[in-house]
Design a protein around this ligand. Structure first.
Ligand code: SF4
Ligand code: SF4
Length: 316
């Protein structure tokens, strides 16, 4: 019996950067990593989360008495959210007409999602596009993802999986081949540095990437396409040691997958404020063009096919 309900936090139609053609990207909630530079912090936790947008707040005060926990406080001519008090009762969200308060993360059935994708089939067909499951991390809800992948297969909807790769290898080997294309993030090769930046080890990531990059052990049909994506984050993973180790690893894969370099940028940083969280890369600036070119040269000298993409690192 396939579970038919899962959590998503966004749907982006006509997406241009999440795989080939025009795509509808579904962002599944929850991620096993907590990357410091994540641009989708609202996708990291499994359940719903409150977002407060001061720019939309008219300071009407209606939400203050609605919160049974006193988590919304009227002070200094504005609303302050006492984040530690909030238990997501959400009465405030329903009252807030300007939409300054928002609960991020909704449960959706597989059928609902498949019906939504059917509406977009016309532009999938015309652009050789399809659906992209992103996040958060799509493998974080493996049963839901399994149902979605089988549903898409039955309806002949091409799927891109946008993944950080941190998933139990047996689940990865079962589900990844159901996609037509994998966008696989590779952040740091050294295990200790990976753990310091993301909060988790990289052993499953490297094992899963090695398996996918060596052809998914498929002898019974075409393997999904694979693109490795390296976010380039100054002071985090842009040093020669890490780039050379990444190049050696990817270059050693049997299929020699192409590499997309995604220069760090700061879009999405204001979401941290809206969620009452600290952003730990506040001192980091986007890499200058020269640094991006040097990184690309280093990867190309190792024999890799490299493209620089402008889309947002962390939209994965
Ligand atoms: S109900 Fe909405 S607009 Fe009114 S004070 Fe609360 S957050 Fe601001
Ligand atoms: S950047 Fe991607 S892998 Fe890292 S925490 Fe954010 S969603 Fe998860």
């Amino acid at each position: 019996m396939r579970p038919s309900i899962g959590f998503i936090f966004d749907v982006k139609r006509f997406a241009l950067h999440d795989g080939p053609g025009l795509r509808t990207t579904l962002f599944l909630k929850g991620c096993p990593l907590s990357c410091m530079g994540c641009h989708n912090p609202e996708g990291q936790r499994a359940g719903p989360e409150l977002l407060f947008r001061p720019d939309r707040c008219t300071v009407c005060g209606d939400c203050v008495p609605a919160c049974p926990r006193g988590a919304l406080v009227l002070e200094d001519g504005g609303i302050r959210v006492a984040w530690d008090e909030c238990r997501l009762e959400s009465a405030c969200v329903e009252l807030c007409l300007p939409g300054a308060l928002e609960l991020v993360g909704k449960s959706r059935s597989v059928e609902e999602i498949l019906d939504l994708l059917e509406e977009d089939r016309i532009y999938f067909d015309e652009s050789q596009g399809g659906v992209t499951f992103s996040g958060g991390e799509p493998f974080f809800q493996p049963d839901f993802l399994r149902s979605l992948l089988h549903g898409c297969k039955e309806r002949d909807l091409p799927v891109v999986l946008d993944t950080c790769g941190h998933c139990q290898p047996e689940i990865f080997r079962e589900l990844a081949p159901l996609a037509s294309h994998l966008l696989f993030d590779l952040k740091l090769m050294d295990e200790d540095r990976h753990e310091a930046y993301t909060g988790v080890h990289n052993r499953w990531i490297l094992e899963n990437l090695r398996w996918a990059g060596n052809g998914f052990e498929r002898s019974d049909g075409p393997s999904p396409a694979l693109t490795v994506r390296i976010p380039l984050i100054p002071g985090v993973n842009d040093d020669e040691e890490n780039l050379l180790a990444s190049a050696e690893f990817v270059g050693g894969l049997g299929t020699r997958p192409p590499v997309d370099v995604l220069p760090y940028h700061r879009l999405g940083v204001d979401k941290y404020d809206r969620m009452g969280r600290d952003y730990h890369l506040s001192e980091v600036a986007p890499p200058p063009e020269g640094a991006v070119k040097s990184a690309v040269r280093l990867l190309e000298e190792a024999g890799l096919k490299v493209t620089v993409r402008g889309e947002h690192y962390g939209d994965d």
